[in-house]
Ligand binder design. Sequence first.
Ligand SMILES: *Cc1c(COP(=O)(O)O)cnc(C)c1O
Length: 412
Amino acid sequence: MSQQTQAKTFEVEEIRKDFPILKRKVNGYPLVYLDNAATGQTPKQVMDAIVDYYSNYNANIHRGVHALSQEATDKYEQARIKIQKHFNAEKAHEIIFTSGTTHGINLVANGFSSILKEGDEILVSAMEHHSNIVPWQMLCEKTGAKLKVIPMDLKGELVISKFEELLNSKTRLVFLNHVSNALGTVNPIKTIIDKAHSVDAAVLIDGAQAAPHIKADVQELDVDFYVVSGHKMCGPTGVGVLYGKEEWLEKLPPYQGGGEMIATVSFEKTTYAGLPHKFEAGTPNICGGIAFGAAIDYMNKIGFTEIAAYEQELLEYATKKLKEIDGMKIYGEAAEKTAVISFNIDGLHPYDLGTLMDKMGIAVRTGHHCAQPIMDFYKIPGTVRASFSFYNTFNEIDLFIEGVKKAKMMLQ
Ligand SMILES: *Cc1c(COP(=O)(O)O)cnc(C)c1O
């Protein structure tokens, strides 16, 4: 399919009208936003949900007898059900609202501190975001459990045979990302989950980077925990969800104490509320949860199959064009990847490249992308990372390629 017909079928220009920010200029140039792996832009349908909430039914949820509180509660719980359906969770109370992926991981890691013992082992992949490394290191310090690393190869794929060697009867937990934010690698999580379950280890998948591109089916995956952030999938910042299998969520102790999470409180003894409230202490991000629901609706209306197919075309086109540039080195060439390209140009610092591109209105990210172990693996300080979304165009990729070439010329 040619670029034009693909773009037409996908109606990217129509989609772009939903994103007011894409019309703005940066440093006198039209914004080319290629930092979608860090945060995605927000369509007006989601902004409308936010304005509607604050204009019409802003109130604290649960236990309120007045109309506004009931409306807010209904909308919030409807959002939970939308998210449940989206990820095909069996039960709505298996969906816990969080402030984002980092919060979800910390909630689970904290819970496991009462389950793990000295000598237990937990496995992490070599290509994790810091938020899926540090909480587990803290857990190991507390419990005496050992952290072991599933290695990766130069293409940016996990070495599954090594994972099999590391797996044993002491393995209690395996955690890794579905998609690497630094490399775009889509990990074979179904294989990993099945193998981990064969030794009765639980699996947590960090879905933050996968969720904007791949619709995960948690029952089909048979995953124990799956965490995402709203802001990477057209929602606002400060909201996310943790999916947990009911049996696991029942087993884990509460993370924070406070209002909402109790059944009864007295100074002698407090009993905890049932799921999901046990993990939702305090007033939640009510508007954020509702807006997250609106974001899921928005993306599903476009369609995840369509989104993935279009983004793959952008990825292939951009990769091919980038490779024509002298001295170009792309990190992460897994057979299966999302539309993320991490690269460097011989002799140039990624920070300098990124800064010059910003002067041309092109937003890319530079640095270690919260994944220092990956940078250490490649023995580099960082990369330039361009990450595409379904609202990016082939024209923007051309501007990006021109920008890279211009910046390179100015620096050499
Ligand atoms: C963005 C990201 C995170 C962190 O998400 P927050 O929203 O900052 O909590 C974790 N893991 C991956 C793979 C990510 O891309």
